[in-house]
Design a protein around this ligand. Structure first.
Ligand code: NAG
Ligand code: NAG
Length: 469
């Protein structure tokens, strides 16, 4: 009798050990979560094919499932589930819980990206999406194109999926000039009062082959370097009457003009001009742009330090940081000067550089005369933001709008590639300081001597003959 009691007691202890014990639990918890990346074969027949379900816990109540097993006992229905796909429907007669998998357009998944927002599958099968303002919002494109704003909006794949904050952080990159810089005196142009500027002027028509095409800064917030290099390139080409048509290297400024500058995290145009004047930069061919892949600091090391050893064009002290271009001439500018915004700029100063306050609707500009719209006034402030940019102004003009009113505009080159806007350019309302484009306009002269032009001629001839040797 005694002996039997002991046996029963031992059996009870063993049972308790198994119920809460390491072996059983480890096996079942390790198999879980069975459906972590979604229920596979959600409509397959398992518990049904097995012939039924088991009450309570029954570790033998299994069916082969994929390359493992699944359970048809009530114990399987926990937070971390190892139930067979048809357990809920077949054993409980309810809809299966979602287990980190939600449905969308007939497909199931745990996450998906809705434009710039990551959506994750919530505990009860609903999608929880981030609520960021995106750089491209379909309703903004439609609102602009429905209204009479004087310009049309477009969809840009390179901006799709970015947040507005990322757009402002990575696609602009000019620090607002300091108050001291902003109070620079404007140069009053001594224009002959008979000399009326034309109503239409486009530097690209006036100086064919000397105005450089818009570049693409990618996700590098260095418009300070792009706009400065672009204006200097055009000015040198024009002043040298096409003897030299260098496309100056923004990367040279980004990586080497580092004093108080942030490279691909933003910089100042006065600093860029200082560098062009004192040090000079090589061509884009010599020191090509490479957009940062992961962080603004990528590729930030200066590969082309120039030394101030003379005036005008000269050789860099280093070789071009690429294997096939040897032409490492350095180009410089004179000090920049500030242009008065009240008069149309005399042709002699074109192209020039301007600061631009970029608002959220500017990114979707496609064509026409841009003006910041009020399409977002009713939206939360996170949808209405702006940041400072700089661009190259290449001309101006005017046209009549749909109700016969004359609309004046500037023509400007952006640095968002040639598929943005009007072949990389945009037009913007003129005479009303739209987005501050008339608040701070900079002109500059390249530093070119007759000797430079002569030498360059020779240099080119030598180069042509010398290449094959
Ligand atoms: C099984 O799990 C589902 C989802 O978590 C829950 O709604 C249901 O009440 C559970 N059923 C039982 C019998 O525990
Ligand atoms: C813009 O492009 C994206 C991605 O190609 C697309 O999903 C979206 O529907 C487009 N929006 C409009 C208004 O065309």
């Amino acid at each position: 009798m005694m002996r039997l009691v002991v046996v029963v007691a031992v059996a009870t202890v063993l049972l308790l050990l198994v119920e809460g014990g390491m072996t059983a639990r480890t096996r079942r918890e390790l198999a879980s979560p069975l459906h972590g990346s979604g229920i596979q074969d959600p409509y397959g027949s398992y518990c049904q094919r097995r012939g039924g379900c088991c009450p309570g816990r029954d570790d033998q109540c299994t069916v082969p499932y994929l390359d493992t097993i699944c359970y048809c006992d009530l114990f399987c229905n926990r937070t971390v589930s190892d139930c067979c796909p048809d357990f809920w429907g077949h054993c409980l007669g309810i809809r299966p819980p979602h287990l980190g998998v939600c449905e969308r357009n007939g497909h199931t998944g745990a996450t998906y990206k809705k434009n710039c927002n990551l959506c994750t599958c919530g505990p009860s099968g609903q999608w929880d999406c981030e609520q960021n303002a995106c750089l491209i919002e379909d309703d903004m494109i439609q609102a602009v194109n429905r209204g009479n704003h004087g310009w049309r909006a477009g969809n840009y794949s390179q901006f799709w999926g970015m947040t507005l904050d990322e757009g402002l952080r990575y696609r602009l990159g000019t620090k607002h000039p300091s108050r001291a810089t902003m109070s620079m005196n404007e140069i009053q142009m001594n224009m002959d009062s008979n000399e009326h500027p034309p109503t239409y002027f486009n530097a690209a028509d006036k100086w064919p082959g000397k105005i450089h095409e818009p570049l693409d800064q990618g996700n590098c917030a260095a418009s300070w370097a792009f706009s400065t290099a672009a204006v200097a390139s055009d000015r040198i080409s024009i002043q040298s009457m096409g003897h030299m048509t260098p496309q100056l290297s923004p990367q040279n400024l980004i990586s080497c003009d580092t004093r108080n500058q942030g490279g691909c995290a933003g910089g100042r145009i006065d600093g860029a001009w200082w560098y062009l004047r004192r040090r000079g930069v090589v061509t884009e061919e010599c020191y090509p742009f490479s957009a940062p892949q992961h962080s603004p600091a990528d590729g930030a090391r200066c590969m082309m330090q120039s030394r101030s050893v003379g005036r005008g064009k000269r050789q860099a002290t280093a070789r071009c940081p690429n294997s096939h271009i040897y032409h490492n001439d350095i180009y410089q500018s004179t000090p920049p000067y500030r242009l008065s915004s009240h008069v149309r700029k005399p042709l002699q100063n074109s192209p020039s550089q301007a600061i631009l306050e970029v608002h959220e609707d500017f990114f979707i500009y496609k064509s026409g005369i841009y003006r910041h719209t009020d399409i977002n006034v009713h939206k939360a402030s996170q949808y209405r933001k702006h940041g400072t940019h700089s661009v190259r102004i290449t001309g101006w003009g005017e046209e009549k709008d749909y109700n016969g009113k004359t609309r004046k505009y500037w023509i400007a080159a952006n640095s968002w590639g040639k598929n943005w806007g009007e072949d990389g350019y945009f037009r913007i309302a003129r005479g009303e300081n739209e987005c501050e484009i008339e608040a701070f306009v900079i002109g500059v002269w390249g530093r070119i001597t007759m000797e430079d032009m002569h030498n360059h001629h020779h240099h080119l001839h030598h180069q042509h003959h010398g290449r094959l040797k």
